[in-house]
Design a protein around this ligand. Structure first.
Ligand code: MN
Length: 259
């Protein structure tokens, strides 16, 4: 059986290692998780050319939005005091514009979406939501969510909303997750709903608000990094497997060949 093609959005940098040009890169963790869950990963170029994005998606089973640096605050009307603003590290080389176009086109073509870390944030922004500039400065009493020292290990619980897709496929409560983010969802986009929170109230998962009106057959966004956990923690492997199963049904390769 042919594997469904999974398009992955890459990290961007203003200077590549080989040439002093804007460049892309992607942690092997994402591609390994897709391969290890039955998908065929392909890294997208960072382009805002709408025809290119649309054509790539038309060939694909689904889209994985990867982690990375912060969304530019002006994209969601974020105006922060200087202490907060100083913590914001914006993604470079047009990544915001590329991913906003990618999200719009993916939803319009009805392809499954899995969004991770920065992915949940740009998805929320794309649909009209906002972000906290910095959890530590703006959410007193919050856990330390920026545990780079333990990025491959679960460090906090997440309560998952019973009945949500994430709860159903994970099959455990609470979910144990890693945490390497300094920002979080602030106002949830009107069409989305919260399906997971850490004990301090930080939003860790979003799905479509009314599943009956969701434009895509699968949409789960998480603030943690399942691609760094899936190989040792079955609930996180099941997230990738469920995503890729949904992608297989939407893959062009799954369509019968026309005579
Ligand atoms: Mn967290």
């Amino acid at each position: 059986m042919e594997r469904p093609l999974i398009l992955v959005s890459p990290h961007t940098e203003t200077e590549g290692t080989e040439f002093p040009d804007a460049a892309i890169s992607l942690s092997f963790r994402y591609s390994d998780a897709v391969i290890g869950s039955g998908g065929l990963p392909m890294v997208l170029p960072c382009t805002t050319d709408r025809d290119t994005i649309a054509e790539a998606i038309s060939h694909a089973g689904g889209v994985l939005l990867s982690g990375g640096e912060d969304v530019t605050p002006s994209r969601y009307g974020g105006v922060f005091e200087s202490e907060v603003h100083k913590t914001v590290v914006e993604a470079v080389a047009g990544r915001d514009a590329f991913e906003l176009a990618l999200i719009e086109e993916t939803l319009s073509q009805g392809k499954p979406v899995l969004a991770i870390c920065r992915g949940i944030q740009i998805l929320n922004v794309a649909l009209g939501g906002t972000l906290l500039g910095d959890i530590r400065l703006q959410h007193p009493g919050a856990l330390d969510h920026n545990r780079q020292d333990e990025r491959f290990q679960p460090v906090h619980d997440v309560q998952v909303e019973p009945g949500s897709s994430l709860a159903t496929l994970s099959g455990v409560q609470p979910l144990r997750v890693n945490s390497t983010h300094h920002q979080a969802i602030a106002r949830v986009a009107a069409c989305l709903r919260v399906v997971a929170r850490s004990p301090d109230g930080i939003i860790e998962g979003l799905e479509w608000g009314d599943p009956g009106s969701c434009p895509v057959p699968f949409l789960i966004a998480v603030q943690y990094h399942p691609e760094r956990l899936w190989d040792r923690h079955p609930p996180h492997h099941r997230l990738f497997q469920a995503f890729i199963a949904a992608c297989r049904k939407r893959s062009r390769l799954a369509a019968p060949v026309q005579a």
